[in-house]
Design a protein around this ligand. Sequence first.
Ligand SMILES: [Zn+2]
Length: 305
Amino acid sequence: MAFELTILGSSSALPTSERYPTAQVLNASGRFFLIDCGEGTQIQIRRQKIAFGKIRHIFISHLHGDHYYGLIGLISTFNLLGIKNDLHIYSPSQLKGILQPQLNLLKAGLQFNIIFHPLNFKKPELIFEDKVIEVISFPLKHSINCCGFLFREKIKERNIKKEYIQEFNIPIAQIRAIKQGADFETENGKIIPNEQLTTPPPPPVSYAFCSDTAFHPPVVETIKEVSTLYHEATFTEEMKEWAVKTYHSTALDAAKIAKMANAGKLIIGHFSSRYKTTDQFLKEAQSEFKNTETAVDGKKYSIKA
Ligand SMILES: [Zn+2]
């Protein structure tokens, strides 16, 4: 299985002629998760030809405008398009109070329910799961409450080797337990260890989104071995002092986190509009973590385990 990430916006607070503020869509086995929703997100969704009706789960990392000002426009568009399914928003609890006065003024009323899920800024928390995917929020270190998100395929069961089913006459009733790791006892009392009967499942695909944050090593515990890590890199090292002051990261900080987490790949974004190119960001990050790419609006990234 692979996930597909589409970057909709990779600028920081000020949008530029090439970069929208933060927004991304993660296609995780057909589930379309919108991560942050800066101004203009709905235009980028249209450009990328992503069906609006598929987006029913939105994750908002924090309440700085460049991460959610696109939300009311997008909700209005869902409404005008006649979408009726529930919309789930995972965000700081204050968002409901911010949106409600505008929602109350929608002409024809809202055609669907919005279910708000408040984030926990104290510790990592499972905020979504179904049969295949789970999503975990985890606290970051920013000037206001801010969370990152880990999207992870659930670990599958072990594969039983077919030839042993016949050889040891394994009853169907016991196959489930063996796939989950149990040993098998034969009729004459011999124990066959699970490692002999099964092969391990394929490694799970995962994607971590580290939104606005200062350099913050505690996140590593949650995102360890992640397939692809997105980490903000608002500045380069020449502006380290300013980065610390504003609770942002440099490209080098992002690369250090990727290395500590043993990530498969790093994507950096949220570039300050004062930089004309991202060359220096890439050079700096790659000096610490080779497999780094810079985020580009409209670009798709395939995420494999
Ligand atoms: Zn911020």
